[in-house]
Write a protein that binds this ligand. Structure first.
Ligand SMILES: C[S@@+](CC[C@H](N)C(=O)[O-])C[C@H]1O[C@@H](n2cnc3c(N)ncnc32)[C@H](O)[C@@H]1O
Length: 245
């Protein structure tokens, strides 16, 4: 999959989500692609993309979104056959225990992620990426949207966590984009500021390797250094457990 590019695609996009997807699509969604957007929402991602040259199929867990050709499906358990998509787009709610967060009405957060901690959200993403891995054909791409967040006054580095989780699933971190939004970001939620207010969000582009039995492991050695091991997974062997990195 190599697109013909007139002007270079750049990693920072100023605008909105549709501008971000349009920029990434120039490089990573060539015409003819079968694209699965598994968190359809309002379909806003596609407002800047010429979808006439791709096969775009949307799904979402919310029944009120699953109309006009959008399928109702949980992205952790999709109805798609194995290795049928060229591109999967995953944009779950990223805010832990959303409450009255300003994005609720737009992103359906309260209906899907109420009571979830940041690590629950991380697990939600991880399950979605594992399912995307199943439906992607080898060489296919997974675009994952997210945002770092603060939980109980502590930084949660979602962008880094997503890379680690994707790599542990066997995906390759091919590219990442940063969205610098032109819309206003809410600034009034906490009386005392502990960290820089997060204005930007990100989009990861992962690739399913052609050799799907390769795994990259992050291993802590006896002296505490983190090493990356690329290994072939023995058939039938399941890796378990966590490594702090
Ligand atoms: C951030 S919004 C997506 C916005 C979308 N990208 C757009 O362009 O409008 C997150 C969406 O994920 C959906 N969602 C949440 N949990 C889900 C799940 N387990 N499976 C499928 N969709 C889910 C929500 O209903 C919501 O529409």
């Amino acid at each position: 999959m190599t697109a013909a590019i007139d002007t270079p695609v750049v990693s920072i996009v100023q605008g909105n989500n549709s501008d971000l997807i349009a920029e990434a699509a120039r490089l990573y969604i060539p015409s003819g692609s079968v694209v699965r957007d598994v968190t359809w929402g309002k379909g806003a991602f596609w407002r800047g993309v010429d979808t006439s040259s791709i096969t775009l199929v949307g799904s979402d867990i919310a029944p009120h979104i699953a109309v006009d050709g959008v399928i109702q499906a949980d992205f952790r358990d999709l109805p798609d056959d194995d290795e049928t998509a060229d591109v999967v787009v995953l944009d779950p709610p990223y805010v832990h225990n959303p409450g009255k967060h300003m994005t609720d009405a737009r992103y359906n957060n309260a209906a899907t992620t109420t009571g979830m901690s940041h690590s629950d959200i991380r697990q939600l993403y991880r399950c979605g990426m594992a399912e995307a891995m199943r439906i992607l054909r080898p060489g296919g791409r997974l675009l994952v949207k997210g945002k770092d967040e603060i939980e109980s006054g502590r930084q949660c580095w979602s962008q880094t966590e997503l890379l680690l989780d994707a790599v542990s699933l066997g995906l390759y971190g091919k590219d990442s984009f940063v969205l610098f939004p032109t819309s206003r970001t809410a600034m009034g939620r906490w009386a005392k500021q502990l960290h820089a207010r997060k204005v930007h969000s990100f989009l990861w582009v992962f690739e399913k390797p052609v050799k799907t039995d390769r795994r990259v492991l992050h291993v802590v050695d006896a002296e505490g250094w983190v090493e990356q091991w690329a290994a072939r997974r023995p058939r039938g062997k399941v890796f378990g457990g966590w490594v702090w990195v």
